[in-house]
Ligand binder design. Structure first.
Ligand SMILES: [Zn+2]
Ligand SMILES: [Zn+2]
Length: 180
């Protein structure tokens, strides 16, 4: 059997994904693997394009999440200042701030889930929101979520940087595949 890309060369192995022949050069040039085995140029190309779509979707979802969390965060600080300047107790101001932070946190999770079209009933925060019927329960949940809000924002930014690197790497692979 000859290489699918280079018809004058004999193949050394098969594409693990579609089964066409792969020559020595194609084997060395594979960017992606399937079952830890090389795949042909065409399948590499398909994989890179799939990744591009997948990474862009993830990137957009994380940016939306960051925006919602940031709005909640800034609103929380404004609420804190407003309550303090009205001479209410600092604990009340902190609780008001955490409530806003938590609202941003939970709203971002709900919206992100909808964007990804994934329904995950095991999510403790979401199912907690469904179960707590009383307004008091919701307030407690929002305040607890609010405590984790800064950590959440930090994590989203880290994730966005990571996905951005993945997008750049994948684009490099795509341009290399298109170049030859
Ligand atoms: Zn293939
Ligand atoms: Zn080849």
């Amino acid at each position: 059997m000859n290489c699918f890309e280079h018809e004058d060369r004999s193949s050394v192995t098969r594409c693990e994904e579609c089964g066409v022949g792969i020559c020595e050069e194609c084997e060395k040039k594979t960017f992606f693997t399937f079952n830890k085995k090389p795949i042909c140029k065409r399948c590499n190309h398909d994989r890179a394009r799939e990744n591009k779509y997948k990474y862009n979707q993830r990137f957009n979802a994380e940016v939306v999440s960051l925006i919602i969390n940031s709005i909640g965060f800034i609103t929380g600080i404004i609420v804190f200042i407003a309550i303090r300047s009205s001479n209410y107790h600092i604990i009340l101001a902190v609780l008001g701030m955490l409530l806003c932070w938590g609202a941003g946190f939970i709203l971002s999770i709900v919206i992100e889930k909808n964007i990804k079209k994934m329904s995950n009933d095991d999510d403790p925060v979401l199912s907690g929101l469904k179960e707590s019927d009383g307004a008091f329960g919701k307030i407690i949940l929002f305040i607890i979520a609010g405590i984790f809000s800064p950590y959440m924002i930090f994590n989203i930014i880290k994730t966005i940087i990571r996905i951005n690197n993945d997008i750049n790497e994948n684009n490099k692979i795509l341009s290399k595949l298109n170049a030859v």
